[in-house]
Design a protein around this ligand. Structure first.
Ligand code: DC
Length: 228
């Protein structure tokens, strides 16, 4: 079987909409591979900081994306260790600065182009769950099943706030809300691969829906299509 034949379930949407949780659960339940495409953009942003390259220096950022020496390894506790040139950057890429860097470099068309083939390499049998912003519109436009998860900015900011507080990080809710709105605006208004649902995506608003219910909806669709 060739890699191209493997089915893909695309899970797109803005940050904090529950994509990560849902796609992890889905990949685990189906025994499929998992692509966290946001992590790739986050590593590019982090690599720029490490190499002393400004996020606005498009040619230099593109060179970093083309030759990105990144590895993903599952640790025993189920956490994914992300390394850049062998250096563990798992925690650094998840900070608010990491998110800003990712969103900034992700708006550069040549950076997106440079990461296309790398993302498609994750498509292997028995299947792939792909989490991102343009999985269903660009990277895996032929995916047989696409979801677009969303939630209000306020709800997403509150979820992020609770996560950070649980990790012991001091944060301000209004600041998080402002960051989320800024990031949404940047992700949705860029010229290449803007954050929009694919025409054939199933849109799920999780503002008032618990994650377990969202997952049940998602699994019902997976079964309906005979996937997994
Ligand atoms: O999913 P995430 O929050 O880790 O993504 C971080 C940033 O990367 C997000 O603000 C936009 C960008 N991104 C993207 O442009 N395309 C993707 N497929 C995934 C992420």
């Amino acid at each position: 079987m060739t890699g191209a034949a493997a089915p893909v379930i695309a899970v797109d949407g803005p940050s904090g909409a529950g994509k990560g949780t849902i796609s992890h659960l889905l990949a685990e339940q189906l025994g499929w591979h998992f692509l966290d495409s946001g992590a790739l953009y986050r590593v590019v942003g982090q690599a720029c900081l490490i190499e002393g390259v400004s996020w606005d220096d498009h040619p230099a950022v593109t060179a970093i994306a083309r030759h990105l020496d990144v590895s993903f390894e599952s640790a025993d506790d189920g956490e994914v260790l992300v390394a850049y040139r062998g250096e563990d950057v798992s925690a650094a890429i998840r900070t608010e600065e990491g998110g800003r860097g990712a969103s900034t470099v992700a708006a550069i068309p040549s950076v997106r182009e440079a990461l296309l083939a790398r993302q498609r390499e994750f498509r292997r049998p028995p299947g792939l769950v792909a989490d991102g912003r343009d999985m269903g519109t660009v990277v895996f436009a032929d995916a047989p099943l696409k979801f677009f998860l969303t939630a209000s900015a306020q709800e997403r900011a509150e979820r992020r706030y609770k996560q950070l507080i649980a990790k012991g990080e001091g944060v301000s809710l209004p600041r998080l809300l402002e960051d989320i709105r800024e990031r949404d605006e940047r992700d949705a208004s860029r010229d290449v691969s803007p954050l929009v649902p694919a025409e054939d995506a199933i849109v799920i608003d999780s503002t008032a829906t618990p994650i377990a219910e969202v997952f049940a909806l998602v699994m019902a669709e997976v079964k309906k299509r005979g996937l997994g």
